[in-house]
Design a protein around this ligand. Structure first.
Ligand code: GAL
Length: 381
Protein backbone atom coordinates (compact mmCIF):
# COMPACT_ATOMS: atom_id res chain seq x y z
CA UNK A 1 0.00 0.00 0.00
CA UNK A 2 1.24 3.43 -0.87
CA UNK A 3 0.37 6.24 1.41
CA UNK A 4 0.68 9.93 0.98
CA UNK A 5 2.18 11.10 4.20
CA UNK A 6 3.69 14.53 4.13
CA UNK A 7 5.83 15.06 7.15
CA UNK A 8 4.06 18.28 8.03
CA UNK A 9 0.70 16.61 7.81
CA UNK A 10 2.02 13.71 9.77
CA UNK A 11 2.87 15.96 12.66
CA UNK A 12 -0.68 17.26 12.76
CA UNK A 13 -2.04 13.77 12.32
CA UNK A 14 -0.08 12.43 15.25
CA UNK A 15 -1.18 15.24 17.48
CA UNK A 16 -4.78 14.83 16.40
CA UNK A 17 -4.59 11.07 16.78
CA UNK A 18 -3.42 11.52 20.33
CA UNK A 19 -6.27 13.89 20.95
CA UNK A 20 -9.07 11.97 19.32
CA UNK A 21 -7.60 8.53 19.30
CA UNK A 22 -6.72 6.99 15.93
CA UNK A 23 -4.41 5.02 18.24
CA UNK A 24 -2.59 2.20 16.47
CA UNK A 25 -3.05 3.76 13.09
CA UNK A 26 -1.19 6.87 14.13
CA UNK A 27 1.82 4.65 14.68
CA UNK A 28 1.16 2.88 11.41
CA UNK A 29 1.23 6.22 9.63
CA UNK A 30 4.46 7.05 11.41
CA UNK A 31 6.18 3.85 10.28
CA UNK A 32 5.09 4.65 6.78
CA UNK A 33 6.33 8.20 6.91
CA UNK A 34 9.14 7.45 4.48
CA UNK A 35 6.63 6.56 1.80
CA UNK A 36 5.93 9.81 0.06
CA UNK A 37 4.24 8.51 -3.05
CA UNK A 38 1.06 10.33 -3.78
CA UNK A 39 -1.94 8.05 -3.96
CA UNK A 40 -4.33 10.90 -4.73
CA UNK A 41 -5.97 10.20 -8.03
CA UNK A 42 -5.55 6.47 -7.51
CA UNK A 43 -9.31 6.22 -8.24
CA UNK A 44 -10.64 2.73 -7.41
CA UNK A 45 -7.23 1.19 -7.96
CA UNK A 46 -7.09 0.16 -4.34
CA UNK A 47 -3.83 2.00 -3.96
CA UNK A 48 -5.21 3.99 -1.08
CA UNK A 49 -5.41 0.70 0.82
CA UNK A 50 -8.05 -1.94 1.51
CA UNK A 51 -10.94 -1.25 3.83
CA UNK A 52 -12.74 -4.15 5.48
CA UNK A 53 -16.42 -3.48 5.97
CA UNK A 54 -18.17 -5.78 8.47
CA UNK A 55 -21.93 -5.33 8.28
CA UNK A 56 -24.52 -7.02 10.54
CA UNK A 57 -27.09 -8.43 8.12
CA UNK A 58 -28.77 -8.19 4.76
CA UNK A 59 -32.14 -9.00 6.28
CA UNK A 60 -33.01 -5.35 6.63
CA UNK A 61 -32.58 -3.20 3.60
CA UNK A 62 -30.70 -0.38 5.26
CA UNK A 63 -27.47 -2.31 5.79
CA UNK A 64 -27.31 -3.25 2.12
CA UNK A 65 -27.66 0.45 1.27
CA UNK A 66 -25.11 1.41 3.93
CA UNK A 67 -22.56 -1.02 2.51
CA UNK A 68 -23.31 0.11 -1.01
CA UNK A 69 -22.86 3.79 -0.18
CA UNK A 70 -19.67 3.12 1.74
CA UNK A 71 -18.23 1.01 -1.05
CA UNK A 72 -18.99 3.62 -3.72
CA UNK A 73 -17.57 6.49 -1.71
CA UNK A 74 -14.46 4.60 -0.61
CA UNK A 75 -13.73 3.36 -4.12
CA UNK A 76 -14.11 6.88 -5.47
CA UNK A 77 -11.28 7.82 -3.11
CA UNK A 78 -9.00 5.09 -4.35
CA UNK A 79 -9.62 2.50 -1.65
CA UNK A 80 -10.36 -1.13 -2.27
CA UNK A 81 -13.31 -2.46 -0.28
CA UNK A 82 -14.11 -5.91 1.11
CA UNK A 83 -17.67 -6.18 2.39
CA UNK A 84 -18.89 -8.93 4.72
CA UNK A 85 -22.43 -9.45 6.01
CA UNK A 86 -22.83 -11.60 9.13
CA UNK A 87 -26.56 -12.33 8.81
CA UNK A 88 -27.04 -11.47 12.48
CA UNK A 89 -24.79 -14.35 13.53
CA UNK A 90 -22.33 -13.20 16.19
CA UNK A 91 -19.79 -15.97 15.60
CA UNK A 92 -19.91 -15.43 11.86
CA UNK A 93 -19.09 -11.78 12.35
CA UNK A 94 -16.18 -12.64 14.63
CA UNK A 95 -14.77 -14.99 11.95
CA UNK A 96 -15.32 -12.45 9.21
CA UNK A 97 -13.44 -9.79 11.16
CA UNK A 98 -10.63 -12.20 12.01
CA UNK A 99 -10.38 -13.04 8.30
CA UNK A 100 -10.18 -9.41 7.32
CA UNK A 101 -7.44 -8.92 9.90
CA UNK A 102 -5.57 -11.97 8.59
CA UNK A 103 -5.74 -10.42 5.13
CA UNK A 104 -4.06 -7.31 6.51
CA UNK A 105 -6.75 -4.82 5.60
CA UNK A 106 -5.63 -1.27 6.28
CA UNK A 107 -8.72 -0.20 8.19
CA UNK A 108 -11.82 -1.90 9.60
CA UNK A 109 -15.29 -0.38 9.60
CA UNK A 110 -17.66 -2.37 11.79
CA UNK A 111 -21.42 -2.28 12.33
CA UNK A 112 -21.72 -4.92 15.03
CA UNK A 113 -24.28 -7.68 15.41
CA UNK A 114 -23.60 -7.78 19.14
CA UNK A 115 -21.75 -4.64 20.20
CA UNK A 116 -19.93 -6.34 23.09
CA UNK A 117 -18.95 -9.58 21.37
CA UNK A 118 -16.06 -8.30 19.30
CA UNK A 119 -13.61 -7.43 22.07
CA UNK A 120 -11.10 -10.20 21.28
CA UNK A 121 -11.30 -9.82 17.52
CA UNK A 122 -10.77 -6.08 17.79
CA UNK A 123 -7.83 -6.59 20.15
CA UNK A 124 -6.18 -8.52 17.30
CA UNK A 125 -6.79 -5.56 15.00
CA UNK A 126 -5.17 -3.24 17.51
CA UNK A 127 -2.19 -5.51 17.83
CA UNK A 128 -1.69 -5.32 14.06
CA UNK A 129 -2.21 -1.55 14.15
CA UNK A 130 -5.31 -1.76 12.03
CA UNK A 131 -7.53 1.19 12.93
CA UNK A 132 -11.17 0.42 13.69
CA UNK A 133 -14.17 2.66 13.11
CA UNK A 134 -17.55 1.90 14.65
CA UNK A 135 -20.31 2.34 12.09
CA UNK A 136 -23.80 3.24 13.32
CA UNK A 137 -23.54 0.96 16.39
CA UNK A 138 -20.94 1.64 19.08
CA UNK A 139 -18.32 -1.06 19.71
CA UNK A 140 -18.42 -1.72 23.43
CA UNK A 141 -15.75 -2.62 25.97
CA UNK A 142 -12.83 -2.15 23.62
CA UNK A 143 -10.02 0.38 23.39
CA UNK A 144 -9.35 -0.63 19.77
CA UNK A 145 -11.91 1.76 18.32
CA UNK A 146 -10.78 5.14 17.02
CA UNK A 147 -13.96 6.87 15.87
CA UNK A 148 -17.70 6.40 15.76
CA UNK A 149 -19.96 7.53 12.89
CA UNK A 150 -23.64 7.34 13.75
CA UNK A 151 -26.92 9.18 14.03
CA UNK A 152 -28.05 10.99 17.13
CA UNK A 153 -29.55 7.86 18.65
CA UNK A 154 -31.23 9.58 21.56
CA UNK A 155 -32.47 12.15 19.05
CA UNK A 156 -34.14 9.33 17.11
CA UNK A 157 -36.09 8.53 20.26
CA UNK A 158 -37.03 12.11 21.08
CA UNK A 159 -38.21 12.63 17.49
CA UNK A 160 -40.48 9.58 17.74
CA UNK A 161 -41.74 10.78 21.13
CA UNK A 162 -42.30 14.35 19.90
CA UNK A 163 -44.17 13.06 16.86
CA UNK A 164 -46.58 11.10 19.06
CA UNK A 165 -46.94 14.03 21.46
CA UNK A 166 -47.72 16.52 18.70
CA UNK A 167 -49.87 14.46 16.37
CA UNK A 168 -51.93 13.00 19.19
CA UNK A 169 -52.06 16.41 20.88
CA UNK A 170 -51.22 14.90 24.24
CA UNK A 171 -51.36 18.20 26.12
CA UNK A 172 -54.87 18.89 24.87
CA UNK A 173 -55.89 15.31 25.67
CA UNK A 174 -54.48 15.73 29.16
CA UNK A 175 -56.49 18.92 29.74
CA UNK A 176 -59.62 17.25 28.47
CA UNK A 177 -58.99 14.24 30.72
CA UNK A 178 -58.74 11.93 27.70
CA UNK A 179 -56.28 9.11 27.20
CA UNK A 180 -54.71 6.94 24.51
CA UNK A 181 -53.56 3.36 24.77
CA UNK A 182 -49.95 2.72 23.76
CA UNK A 183 -47.59 -0.26 23.49
CA UNK A 184 -43.81 -0.23 23.03
CA UNK A 185 -41.57 -2.34 20.80
CA UNK A 186 -37.95 -1.42 21.47
CA UNK A 187 -34.60 -2.39 19.94
CA UNK A 188 -32.05 -5.07 20.63
CA UNK A 189 -30.50 -5.20 24.11
CA UNK A 190 -27.08 -5.99 22.58
CA UNK A 191 -27.19 -2.82 20.48
CA UNK A 192 -26.13 0.28 22.40
CA UNK A 193 -28.33 2.40 20.10
CA UNK A 194 -31.47 0.76 21.42
CA UNK A 195 -31.22 2.08 24.98
CA UNK A 196 -30.34 5.58 23.76
CA UNK A 197 -33.43 5.51 21.58
CA UNK A 198 -35.63 4.22 24.40
CA UNK A 199 -34.34 6.96 26.72
CA UNK A 200 -35.12 9.58 24.09
CA UNK A 201 -38.68 8.31 23.71
CA UNK A 202 -39.27 8.20 27.44
CA UNK A 203 -37.83 11.64 27.97
CA UNK A 204 -40.84 12.89 26.02
CA UNK A 205 -43.54 10.32 26.84
CA UNK A 206 -42.89 9.29 30.47
CA UNK A 207 -44.75 12.31 31.92
CA UNK A 208 -47.86 11.35 29.92
CA UNK A 209 -47.59 7.75 31.13
CA UNK A 210 -47.26 9.06 34.67
CA UNK A 211 -50.31 11.31 34.48
CA UNK A 212 -52.48 8.74 32.69
CA UNK A 213 -52.76 10.51 29.31
CA UNK A 214 -51.00 7.48 27.87
CA UNK A 215 -52.12 4.09 29.11
CA UNK A 216 -49.98 1.01 28.48
CA UNK A 217 -52.41 -1.82 29.19
CA UNK A 218 -49.78 -4.56 29.07
CA UNK A 219 -47.78 -2.66 31.68
CA UNK A 220 -44.68 -3.24 29.57
CA UNK A 221 -42.95 0.13 29.54
CA UNK A 222 -39.41 -0.60 30.76
CA UNK A 223 -36.58 -1.20 28.31
CA UNK A 224 -36.09 -4.72 29.66
CA UNK A 225 -39.75 -5.56 29.10
CA UNK A 226 -39.99 -4.14 25.60
CA UNK A 227 -36.60 -4.79 23.97
CA UNK A 228 -36.47 -7.26 21.08
CA UNK A 229 -33.31 -9.29 20.50
CA UNK A 230 -31.60 -8.67 17.13
CA UNK A 231 -34.37 -6.33 16.06
CA UNK A 232 -36.47 -9.34 15.00
CA UNK A 233 -39.63 -8.61 13.02
CA UNK A 234 -41.01 -12.03 13.95
CA UNK A 235 -40.58 -11.39 17.67
CA UNK A 236 -42.25 -7.98 17.31
CA UNK A 237 -45.21 -9.65 15.60
CA UNK A 238 -45.44 -12.38 18.25
CA UNK A 239 -45.19 -9.85 21.10
CA UNK A 240 -47.87 -7.70 19.51
CA UNK A 241 -50.17 -10.70 18.98
CA UNK A 242 -49.78 -11.69 22.62
CA UNK A 243 -50.37 -8.16 23.86
CA UNK A 244 -53.49 -7.70 21.72
CA UNK A 245 -54.95 -11.01 22.86
CA UNK A 246 -54.22 -10.44 26.53
CA UNK A 247 -55.05 -6.74 26.81
CA UNK A 248 -57.05 -5.35 23.93
CA UNK A 249 -60.12 -7.57 23.60
CA UNK A 250 -62.44 -4.74 24.61
CA UNK A 251 -60.50 -1.66 23.68
CA UNK A 252 -58.44 -0.59 20.65
CA UNK A 253 -54.73 -0.07 20.66
CA UNK A 254 -54.24 3.59 19.71
CA UNK A 255 -50.46 3.84 19.37
CA UNK A 256 -47.82 1.22 18.53
CA UNK A 257 -44.58 2.95 19.42
CA UNK A 258 -41.98 0.89 17.58
CA UNK A 259 -38.27 1.57 17.24
CA UNK A 260 -37.75 0.07 13.78
CA UNK A 261 -39.54 -0.29 10.45
CA UNK A 262 -39.11 -4.07 10.68
CA UNK A 263 -41.16 -4.01 13.89
CA UNK A 264 -43.88 -1.97 12.23
CA UNK A 265 -44.27 -4.72 9.58
CA UNK A 266 -44.65 -7.30 12.35
CA UNK A 267 -47.13 -5.11 14.23
CA UNK A 268 -49.13 -4.59 11.03
CA UNK A 269 -49.50 -8.36 10.58
CA UNK A 270 -50.50 -8.80 14.22
CA UNK A 271 -53.11 -6.04 13.92
CA UNK A 272 -54.55 -7.49 10.73
CA UNK A 273 -54.70 -10.88 12.42
CA UNK A 274 -56.66 -9.28 15.27
CA UNK A 275 -59.21 -7.72 12.92
CA UNK A 276 -57.84 -4.21 12.53
CA UNK A 277 -57.96 -2.73 9.04
CA UNK A 278 -56.75 0.56 7.59
CA UNK A 279 -60.26 0.99 6.21
CA UNK A 280 -61.44 1.32 9.80
CA UNK A 281 -64.74 -0.23 8.68
CA UNK A 282 -65.52 -2.24 11.78
CA UNK A 283 -65.11 -1.20 15.36
CA UNK A 284 -61.32 -1.39 15.36
CA UNK A 285 -59.48 1.79 14.39
CA UNK A 286 -56.01 1.43 12.86
CA UNK A 287 -53.45 2.81 15.35
CA UNK A 288 -50.63 5.28 14.90
CA UNK A 289 -47.52 3.20 14.14
CA UNK A 290 -43.99 4.57 14.36
CA UNK A 291 -40.75 3.17 12.92
CA UNK A 292 -37.15 3.89 12.12
CA UNK A 293 -34.99 3.87 8.97
CA UNK A 294 -37.51 5.02 6.33
CA UNK A 295 -37.00 1.75 4.47
CA UNK A 296 -38.52 1.56 1.02
CA UNK A 297 -41.26 -0.78 2.22
CA UNK A 298 -41.97 1.43 5.22
CA UNK A 299 -42.22 4.47 2.99
CA UNK A 300 -44.72 2.63 0.77
CA UNK A 301 -46.62 1.65 3.91
CA UNK A 302 -46.66 5.27 5.04
CA UNK A 303 -48.09 6.35 1.70
CA UNK A 304 -50.71 3.57 1.85
CA UNK A 305 -51.58 4.27 5.51
CA UNK A 306 -50.24 1.11 7.19
CA UNK A 307 -47.51 2.98 9.01
CA UNK A 308 -47.74 6.54 10.30
CA UNK A 309 -44.15 7.72 10.41
CA UNK A 310 -40.56 6.66 10.33
CA UNK A 311 -37.18 8.18 11.06
CA UNK A 312 -35.21 9.09 7.99
CA UNK A 313 -31.51 8.44 8.38
CA UNK A 314 -29.68 9.46 5.24
CA UNK A 315 -27.18 6.63 4.94
CA UNK A 316 -25.34 8.54 2.21
CA UNK A 317 -24.44 11.18 4.78
CA UNK A 318 -23.43 8.59 7.35
CA UNK A 319 -21.14 6.94 4.79
CA UNK A 320 -19.60 10.31 4.00
CA UNK A 321 -18.77 10.95 7.66
CA UNK A 322 -17.37 7.46 8.07
CA UNK A 323 -15.21 7.78 4.96
CA UNK A 324 -13.73 10.97 6.39
CA UNK A 325 -12.80 8.95 9.49
CA UNK A 326 -11.13 6.31 7.32
CA UNK A 327 -9.16 9.09 5.64
CA UNK A 328 -8.22 10.46 9.03
CA UNK A 329 -6.77 7.14 10.10
CA UNK A 330 -4.95 6.39 6.86
CA UNK A 331 -4.02 9.76 5.45
CA UNK A 332 -3.58 11.71 8.63
CA UNK A 333 -6.41 14.12 7.93
CA UNK A 334 -8.87 15.51 10.48
CA UNK A 335 -12.31 13.92 10.60
CA UNK A 336 -15.30 16.00 11.54
CA UNK A 337 -16.27 15.20 15.14
CA UNK A 338 -19.30 16.73 16.84
CA UNK A 339 -19.60 14.69 20.03
CA UNK A 340 -16.89 13.81 22.51
CA UNK A 341 -19.11 13.15 25.50
CA UNK A 342 -22.02 10.80 24.98
CA UNK A 343 -20.49 7.61 23.67
CA UNK A 344 -18.58 5.96 26.49
CA UNK A 345 -18.00 2.34 25.50
CA UNK A 346 -16.75 1.25 28.90
CA UNK A 347 -13.09 1.77 27.93
CA UNK A 348 -13.09 5.22 26.40
CA UNK A 349 -15.36 8.00 25.26
CA UNK A 350 -15.27 7.48 21.52
CA UNK A 351 -14.97 10.63 19.39
CA UNK A 352 -18.14 10.60 17.32
CA UNK A 353 -19.97 12.28 14.53
CA UNK A 354 -23.73 12.24 15.03
CA UNK A 355 -25.82 12.80 11.91
CA UNK A 356 -29.25 14.29 12.39
CA UNK A 357 -32.28 12.02 12.06
CA UNK A 358 -35.57 13.41 10.72
CA UNK A 359 -39.15 12.34 11.24
CA UNK A 360 -40.86 11.44 7.96
CA UNK A 361 -44.55 10.90 7.29
CA UNK A 362 -47.01 11.21 4.42
CA UNK A 363 -46.82 15.00 4.53
CA UNK A 364 -43.07 15.38 4.04
CA UNK A 365 -41.82 12.15 2.41
CA UNK A 366 -41.84 13.82 -1.01
CA UNK A 367 -39.51 16.57 0.12
CA UNK A 368 -37.27 14.47 2.39
CA UNK A 369 -37.04 11.25 0.46
CA UNK A 370 -37.87 11.95 -3.17
CA UNK A 371 -36.59 15.48 -3.75
CA UNK A 372 -33.32 14.55 -2.02
CA UNK A 373 -32.90 11.61 -4.40
CA UNK A 374 -33.02 9.00 -1.62
CA UNK A 375 -35.82 7.19 -3.46
CA UNK A 376 -37.22 7.75 -6.93
CA UNK A 377 -40.93 8.19 -7.63
CA UNK A 378 -40.76 4.89 -9.51
CA UNK A 379 -39.42 2.99 -6.50
CA UNK A 380 -42.33 4.23 -4.44
CA UNK A 381 -45.02 3.09 -6.87
C1 GAL B 1 -29.85 -0.01 14.74
C2 GAL B 1 -29.87 1.17 13.81
C3 GAL B 1 -31.26 1.39 13.29
C4 GAL B 1 -31.86 0.11 12.75
C5 GAL B 1 -31.62 -1.08 13.65
C6 GAL B 1 -32.04 -2.39 13.04
O1 GAL B 1 -28.58 -0.19 15.22
O2 GAL B 1 -29.39 2.33 14.43
O3 GAL B 1 -31.24 2.40 12.32
O4 GAL B 1 -31.35 -0.14 11.48
O5 GAL B 1 -30.29 -1.15 14.04
O6 GAL B 1 -31.29 -2.69 11.90
Amino acid sequence: MKRRVLSLLLGTAMVSSMLVGCGGSGDAAATDSAATEDSAGAESSGEGGTIGLAMPTQSSERWINDADNMQKQLEAKGYKVEVQFAEDDVQQQVSQIENLIAKDVDCLVVAAVDSSALVNALAQAKEKEIPVIAYDRLLMDTDAVSYYATFDNKGVGTKIGEYIKEKKELDKAKEAGESYTIEFFMGSPDDNNALFLYNGIMEVLQPYLDDGTLVCKSGRTSFDDTCILRWSQETAQKNCEDILTANYANEDLDIACTAFDGFSYGVRSALEGAGYSIKNTDSKVWPMITGQDAELMATKNIIAGYQTMSIYKDTRLLAEKCVSMVDACLKGTEPEINDTEQYDNGKLVVPSYLCEPQAVDKDNYQELLVDSGYYTEDQLK
